[in-house]
Design a protein around this ligand. Structure first.
Ligand code: FRU
Length: 515
């Protein structure tokens, strides 16, 4: 394992240790701290990571029998991408995750790439035993010559899987054909699978009555952002907030250069039609929210029940620009916080909004609150209360005045580092600046500032922020503008500050330390 390689490769192991301050306590730190202990201290508190080794995309997200299943692209043998298999974990509350054995291991001749899972309630595929509905998975078999779509099923709550003997179910002789998103489309009474034709920048839809025989339905794209390969499509209906009788479909697809984008429109069981001429609509303006996938069969979210939908997704928090070099060990790769989705009618049409799932609130511990103070005074109050933490939830509302220039929050503040979450009033932009956030040296493409157009509402900016050991997720404009970024600060950089000129006021600031 790489962790052993890292630690044993250094002579420092034999040298004496010294004590250093970590967080609010002193612990003995070995001399090899910079290499491996620091890497371990970056383990998130409430974001999902594999026990060890490499992780990328979420796969096979399905809710069944009280469990939120999270499968993921995983290398069971190392901290670098390779031997791609589906790792597996389950949660009953989005907070505690139970790690389970690898569900779909690499096979001779091909790796198991990204895909999805669903419950076959009516046993349409005939894989069931007449007692329990089978879980079915659709995934890409990746060989050097071709990418094809395979099906597997499980009769024991996703613990063990049997590949369908007739695999592949779809093969078109392409090397850039992957990431099937499978779901049951009740109105047309059949399965739909959305796949990426990566180099053509298209999403291809297939339909099937039985999961075995698939018919090509239609293609969408190229549209919107097309600079990079297209990967990991997702397609689902969402109600319009405040008007639950109205429902539109969201098609999300990732562009390897520009990140996740989405289109709003209608899906009639055969074809996706955009409501407006397709434009680039970004899901997240940070760099680290990729390959998002939403859960199938979420409680209250089953299309066939007609009950109000709950649509939750999460994404891989990294970017192919530097994913192979992020300085963590003995694991590499983490998931975002799970987010609940909705559509909101806004000035520029229907917009996707994302909010952290309410289940995360149980993590709240110490609480600090300040109200109606100028930015400078806010810092005195924060210091007096000793507000700090490496895992935090923050809700802040700033009131800008005519003279306001730049204002916002700084988190993970240490002697020589800080992550800035700010608003530039002249540009009308929210930003996260991680150029001084800690270790930024592992890639020339990491130390950046990421900005998003974001209006003030009645002169106010309301932020909802999740901070963890190596990440920040910033939700603004009630979830319409999101910036998700990795950061790699020192574990003792746990300060929180407010910044801004005299013209800007902190209307309210709530900080919770998270368990
Ligand atoms: C997206 C992706 C997918 C592919 C998987 C391989 O991050 O490139 O297209 O299935 O990762 O690990």
């Amino acid at each position: 394992m790489t962790f052993e390689r890292l630690s044993s490769s250094t002579e420092a192991l034999k040298r004496p240790t010294r004590s250093e301050r970590v967080g609010r306590c002193y612990i003995a730190r070995p001399r090899y701290f910079p290499v491996c202990f620091a890497a371990m201290m970056l383990r998130p508190r409430f974001h999902f990571t594999p026990p060890a080794n490499w992780l990328n995309d979420p796969n096979g997200l399905v809710y069944f029998d009280g469990e939120w299943h999270l499968f993921y692209q995983h290398n069971p043998f190392g901290i670098d991408w390779g031997h791609m298999s589906w790792g597996h974990a389950v949660s009953r509350d989005f907070v505690h995750w139970e790690h389970l054995p690898v569900a779909l291991p690499e096979q001779p001749g091909y790796m198991i790439f990204s895909g999805s899972a669903a419950v076959d309630w009516a046993n349409t595929g005939g894989f069931g035993d007449g007692v329990r509905p089978p879980l079915v998975a659709a995934y890409t078999a990746h060989s050097p010559h071709e990418q094809t779509q395979h099906i597997a099923f499980s009769l024991d709550r996703g613990r063990t899987w049997t590949p369908y003997a007739g695999n592949p179910v779809i093969a078109i002789g392409s090397r850039e054909f992957r990431d099937p998103k499978l779901f049951w489309h009740a109105p047309s009474g059949r399965w739909v699978m959305a796949c990426a034709l990566a180099d053509r920048r298209q999403v291809r839809f297939y339909g099937s009555p039985n999961l075995r025989d698939w018919q090509h339905l239609s293609d969408f794209g190229p549209a919107g952002a097309t600079a990079g390969l297209w990967e990991c499509p997702d397609l689902f209906p969402l109600p319009v907030e405040g008007d639950p009788t109205q429902q539109r479909w969201v098609l999300k697809v990732d562009d390897q250069r520009c990140g996740a984008q989405y289109f709003v429109g209608d899906f009639n069981g055969e074809r996706f039609a955009c409501d407006d001429p397709p434009s680039v609509r970004r899901v997240d303006f940070g760099k680290d929210f990729y390959a998002a996938q939403s859960w199938n069969d979420a409680p209250g979210g089953r299309l066939d029940t007609g009950s109000p939908t709950r649509r939750v997704w999460l994404a891989w928090m990294s970017h192919w620009d530097y994913a192979a070099r992020t300085p963590t060990a003995p694991w590499r790769g983490m998931m975002s916080a799970p987010r609940e989705l909705a559509l909101r009618r806004d000035d520029d049409g229907l917009c996707l909004v994302q909010r952290p799932v309410r289940e995360l609130r149980v993590l709240r511990r110490a609480h600090w609150r300040i109200e109606d103070v100028a930015c400078g005074a806010a810092n005195d109050r924060l210091r007096a209360m000793d507000a700090h933490g490496t895992a935090l939830e923050i809700a802040a509302t700033f009131l800008a005045c005519a003279g306001s220039a730049e204002f916002g929050l700084k988190v993970r503040v240490g002697a020589a580092e800080e992550t800035v979450i700010g608003y530039n009033a002249a540009e009308g932009q929210l930003f996260v600046d991680r150029s001084r956030s800690g270790n930024v040296s592992f890639s020339p493409r990491f130390a950046e500032r990421h900005a998003a157009p974001c209006p003030l509402r009645d002169g106010a900016l309301a932020l909802h922020v999740l901070v963890d050991a190596c990440s920040v997720e910033v939700f603004a404009d009630d979830g319409r503008v999101v910036i998700s970024d990795l950061i790699f600060p020192e574990p003792e950089s746990d300060g929180i500050e407010v910044f801004g000129d005299g013209a800007t006021r902190v209307q309210s600031l709530d900080v919770w330390a998270l368990a």
